[in-house]
Design a protein around this ligand. Structure first.
Ligand code: GN1
Ligand code: MG
Length: 355
C-alpha cells in the first residue's frame, strides 16, 4: 500500500526505509528515508477529517501567503505528486501527504526546560502574528466546531444519557466535578458571543511535537497544520498550558506527578506575548490564564466523552484508558486553579516583559 503511494512521488520503495514516526493520536506518520533524502509520510484520519482535501487547500493558501509576504519564514510544504501535481494522494478513500524532512531539524516529545516552552510559544505567537492580515474567512473549517466548548459540553451531556451505562455509573464523581465547573462554559460563551476575543489564524494543536527546532534547540517553525483554522488565542495558549506546564503528560496515571511548573508558565507568557501583545486587546491579555482553564477543561470533557462512548474516537490501549486521561486532565485543572491568581497577576502586571 505505501509502495503505491510513494511511487506517485517517484520514490521506489525498494530504495526507501519506512519507519513509524511520532506519537500523534489521530493521524499515522512514517519517516521515509531514501538514498539521498528524508521525508515524513502521513495518512490523514478520514474519520476525523471528513474532507482532507480541504486541509491541502488551506496549507496551499498559507504557503502562497508566506511566499508573497514573508518569504523568509520556513514553511514546510507538502511535496507535489508526479502524477497529478497535487500536494496529496488519495488511495482507497484515504488521504496521504509527503513532506520533506527539514535537514538539521528536530522535534521534542516532552518540554524539559522553560527555554523550550518559550521557543515554542514564540513560534505559535509568530505564526498567528505573521498571518494577521490573512483573510481568515478564506480558510476551510477542517473540523467544524473543533474547540466549541458549548458543543463539547452538550456532547458530554448526551454521553451521560446515552453512553455505556456501567461506565457512566463508575464516572459519577468525575461527571459531578466537570458539571460543577460549568462556569467555564458560561465564560467562554460570554467572551465569544460579545466578540471580546478576535478571530485569528489559529493552530489548534500547540503541543511541543508540533514545533520544529534546530539542533541548538531554537524554534524554526510550527508544523502539523491540519487544524489551522480561524479561532481564538485561548485555543493555542490554552493547549500550551495544558501540555507544557506539568512534567507529566496526559498519559500519566500517577496523579502525584501532575504538578504545575511556574517557570514554564512564565516562559509561555513571555514567548507568546512577546510576539502577540500588540495584536491582542487588553481584555484578551487579561484572559490569558482563562485559556488554560478552557483547554484543560475541554480536553477532560473530550476524554470522558470518549470513555462513556466506548473509546470510539481516541482509542484505548487498556481498559479505562480514556477515563484515566480524563482524571489526569481534571487533576491538572485543579492544580492550575490553585495558581490562577499568581499567574494572572504575572500577566496583568506585564512581568512577562522582564523574563
Ligand atoms: C489529538 O493527534 P494528536 O495527538 O495531535 C486531538 C487534539 C487533542 C489531542 C490529545 C484532531 O491530537 O485535539 O488535544 O489528541 N486532535 C484531534 O492528545 O482531535
Ligand atoms: Mg495533530
Amino acid at each position: 500500500m505505501l509502495a503505491t503511494i510513494l511511487a506517485q512521488y517517484g520514490l521506489a520503495d525498494t530504495h526507501c526505509r519506512v519507519l513509524p514516526f511520532g506519537t500523534g493520536l489521530i493521524n499515522r506518520t512514517w519517516k521515509v528515508v531514501d538514498d539521498t533524502q528524508e521525508y515524513i509520510l502521513q495518512k490523514i484520519n478520514g474519520q476525523v477529517f471528513s474532507n482532507p482535501v480541504h486541509i491541502s487547500e488551506n496549507i496551499g493558501a498559507l504557503a502562497d501567503y508566506f511566499d508573497a509576504y514573508h518569504p523568509g519564514y520556513l514553511f514546510v510544504k507538502p511535496v507535489k505528486t508526479l502524477t497529478t501535481g497535487a500536494g496529496y494522494v488519495l488511495y482507497e478513500n484515504d488521504c496521504y501527504r509527503l513532506l520533506p524532512f527539514v535537514p538539521a531539524s528536530q522535534t521534542y516529545d516532552t518540554v524539559s526546560t522553560p527555554q523550550l516552552a518559550f521557543e515554542a510559544a514564540q513560534q505559535f505567537g509568530r505564526f498567528t502574528r505573521l498571518l494577521r492580515d490573512f483573510d481568515t474567512s478564506s480558510l476551510h473549517m477542517t473540523i467544524r466546531d473543533f474547540h466549541n466548548l458549548t458543543l463539547r459540553y452538550k456532547q458530554l451531556e448526551q454521553a451521560i444519557e446515552q453512553g455505556n451505562p456501567q461506565r457512566i455509573r463508575q464516572s459519577r464523581e468525575l461527571i459531578d466535578f466537570l458539571q460543577s465547573q460549568h462556569g467555564i462554559v458560561k465564560a467562554y460563551e460570554t467572551y465569544t458571543s460579545q466578540k471580546l476575543f478576535k478571530l485569528r489564524v489559529t493552530h489548534h494543536d500547540t503541543k511541543i511535537s508540533n514545533v520544529l527546532f534546530n539542533t541548538e534547540g531554537k524554534g524554526l517553525c510550527v508544523i502539523d497544520l491540519d487544524t489551522v483554522m480561524p479561532g481564538y488565542f485561548i485555543s493555542d495558549v490554552g493547549d500550551m498550558m495544558r501540555t507544557y506546564l506539568s512534567p507529566a503528560s496526559e498519559e500519566e496515571a500517577d496523579l502525584e506527578k501532575i504538578i504545575i511548573r511556574d517557570e514554564f508558565f512564565y516562559a509561555i507568557a513571555s514567548g507568546y506575548l512577546g510576539e502577540m501583545q500588540d495584536e491582542m486587546t487588553t481584555t484578551e491579555i487579561d484572559h490569558f490564564v482563562f485559556a488554560g482553564k478552557y483547554m484543560i477543561y475541554m480536553q477532560a470533557i473530550r476524554f470522558l466523552i470518549d470513555h462513556l462512548n466506548n473509546d470510539v474516537y481516541y482509542g484505548a490501549r487498556y481498559e479505562g484508558h480514556n477515563f484515566n486521561r480524563a482524571v489526569n486532565q481534571v487533576t491538572l485543572l485543579q492544580q492550575l486553579l490553585l495558581k490562577e491568581k499568581l499567574f494572572s497577576d504575572f500577566v496583568i502586571s506585564k512581568s512577562y516583559l522582564q523574563t
